[in-house]
Design a protein around this ligand. Structure first.
Ligand SMILES: *Cc1c(COP(=O)(O)O)cnc(C)c1O
Length: 403
C-alpha cells in the first residue's frame, strides 16, 4: 500500500492505527483461486479476525479454519455453515465441543478427544461427523515423524481406526498442518506429495474420506531479500496431483488453509512520533504504541539482541526473520540521522529499531510499518499499561474507510 495522503488523513484523527487494504486481499485470494482451481481454501481466523477482513474473505467463498470456539462463532455469525467451518485446536473442553458441534466440523486433536466427543454426542443424542488431526510419520524435512502437541501420531490413528467402535462419531476427514511460512515451492510440493499418499492410506482405512486438509505452509516475503513463493508453479503441481488422486479417491475434497498469505502484505501499522531526545550521544524517537500496538517488531528486536552472531530460527507467528518489517517515515525532510525508535511504554524493552539511519523525524510525523496485516493487531498486548489502543481501519476497494 502506498497511499500517503490517505495515511496522513487518518493520522489527523489517530495517533496509531492499522490500515487494511481490501483490494490487496482480494487480489491475493483471486491469485490463489486462479493457481489452484480444484482446491477448497480455508482462512485461518487467528491471523486477523477483524470483522471487515472476515467479511471480505468469506465473501470470496473461503471457509474458516477456527482455532477456538470464539472463532467458530465469528465464522458462524459471518454466515458460514457447519461444513464450511473446521474447528481444529488442542485441548477442547466438553463445553467447547458441545458449543461448536452444531456450527462447525470438529477436528479431533487426540484420541482422548475423540472419546470426549463421543460422550458429548451420545449425551446430545446425535452422530457427529468428525475429522482427525494427524501427526504424520514425516515432516517437511524428515522421512519420519516428530513428537508434537498437535494431532494424533499416524500409526496410533491407524490402529485406532482399525478397531473403531464409537457409535456417535463418524470419522469423515483428516487434517495435517506442520509448518507455516515456507517460501520454497519444492519443499511445499514434496510435502503435498506425501500428503496425497497419507490421504490414500486413510481413505482406504476409513472406507472413504470427505476431505483431506493439507494445512498451511504458504509463505509471504517479509524481508526485502525474501523471494516470493512461486504460486503458478506450485498450483500446477497440485492440480496434476489432484487429477491422479481423484482417480483413486473420487469425491474427496482437497483443502488448503492459510492466514498470512491473504492478509499480511495488505495491512500497515502507522504510529506517530510523540517526542524525541538526545541522551549521552544517542537520539531517541518516541513513537505511539509500538510494543503494545504491534508486538512483532519489538519481539524481533529482542530476538536480535539475544542471538547476536548466532543463527536465528523462526518461531511462527511470533518471530519470522531479521528485517521482517520495514520502517517508512513520512516526512519531507531530506537530511538523515541515526536514531533509535522506541515506544511510549514504561519499559525499556519497548524498542523496535536501534541506530538506524532515517530522515529527520519531528513530533507529529508518522512512521509506517509494513507486513502488519496478519498476526499483528491480534497478537499485541494492547491491554498492557491501559494505553488507548490503535484503531483498525479497513479501506474498501472503493476507497471508503471503515473503522
Ligand atoms: C495458524 C494456522 C494456519 C495458518 O498459518 P499461516 O502461516 O498464517 O498461513 C493454518 N493452519 C493451522 C492449523 C494453523 O494453526
Amino acid at each position: 500500500m502506498n497511499n500517503r495522503t490517505l495515511i496522513e488523513k487518518c493520522a489527523e484523527r489517530y495517533d496509531s492505527f492499522y490500515l487494511y487494504d481490501e483490494k490487496g486481499i482480494l487480489e491475493a485470494l483471486s491469485k490463489l483461486k486462479r493457481c489452484f482451481p480444484d482446491v477448497s481454501f480455508l482462512y485461518s481466523i487467528k491471523c486477523n479476525s477483524n470483522p471487515h477482513v472476515l467479511n471480505c474473505i468469506f465473501g470470496q467463498g473461503l471457509g474458516a479454519d477456527a482455532a477456538s470456539l470464539g472463532e467458530v462463532l465469528l465464522a458462524s455469525e459471518a454466515g458460514l455453515t457447519r461444513n464450511q467451518i473446521y474447528y481444529s485446536a488442542p485441548g477442547k473442553t466438553a463445553k467447547e465441543i458441545e458449543g461448536a458441534s452444531t456450527k462447525a466440523t470438529l477436528i479431533a486433536d487426540s484420541l482422548d478427544e475423540v472419546a470426549r466427543i463421543q460422550q458429548v454426542a451420545a449425551r446430545t443424542g446425535g452422530v457427529f461427523r468428525v475429522g482427525l488431526r494427524i501427526n504424520p510419520d514425516f515432516t517437511f524435512d524428515n522421512s519420519h515423524g516428530l513428537p508434537s502437541k498437535f494431532g494424533i501420531d499416524e500409526e496410533q490413528a491407524v490402529r485406532f481406526l482399525q478397531k473403531y467402535n464409537y457409535e456417535n462419531v463418524e470419522i469423515n476427514g483428516i487434517h495435517v498442518h506442520l509448518k507455516s511460512q515456507e517460501l520454497n515451492p519444492d519443499n511445499l510440493a514434496a510435502y503435498y506429495d506425501k500428503m496425497f499418499g497419507l490421504a490414500k492410506r486413510f481413505y482406504d482405512i476409513c472406507g472413504g474420506l470427505e476431505y483431506v486438509n493439507m494445512g498451511s505452509g504458504i509463505g509471504v516475503p517479509y524481508a526485502e531479500s525474501d523471494t516470493p513463493l512461486d504460486l503458478p508453479y506450485l498450483g500446477k503441481f497440485v492440480q496434476e496431483h489432484i487429477r491422479k488422486f481423484r482417480e483413486i479417491c473420487p469425491g474427496t475434497r482437497v483443502i488448503i488453509e492459510l492466514g498470512r498469505f491473504a492478509v499480511c502484505k495488505h495491512g500497515v501499522y502507522v504510529t506517530k512520533v510523540l517526542d524525541r531526545k538526545e541522551s549521552y550521544g544517542k537520539t531517541f524517537v518516541i513513537l505511539k504504541n509500538t510494543m503494545n500496538g504491534f508486538l512483532r517488531p519489538s519481539l524481533a528486536k529482542l530476538v536480535e539482541r539475544y542471538t547476536l552472531g548466532l543463527s536465528q530460527t523462526s518461531v511462527e507467528p511470533l518471530f519470522t526473520c531479521a528485517n521482517a518489517f520495514q520502517f517508512l517515515p513520512l516526512t519531507e525532510h531530506k537530511e538523515v540521522e541515526t536514531v533509535t525508535l522506541v515506544g511510549n511504554l514504561c519499559t525499556a524493552a519497548d524498542v523496535i529499531a536501534e541506530n538506524v539511519v532515517l530522515p529527520h523525524l519531528e513530533c507529529g510525523d508518522c512512521v509506517v510499518i509494513t507486513n502488519a496485516g496478519g498476526y499483528a493487531a491480534v497478537l499485541s498486548p494492547m491491554q498492557f499499561s491501559s494505553q488507548d489502543r490503535p484503531v483498525e481501519i479497513f479501506m474498501t476497494q472503493d476507497g471508503e474507510l471503515i473503522t
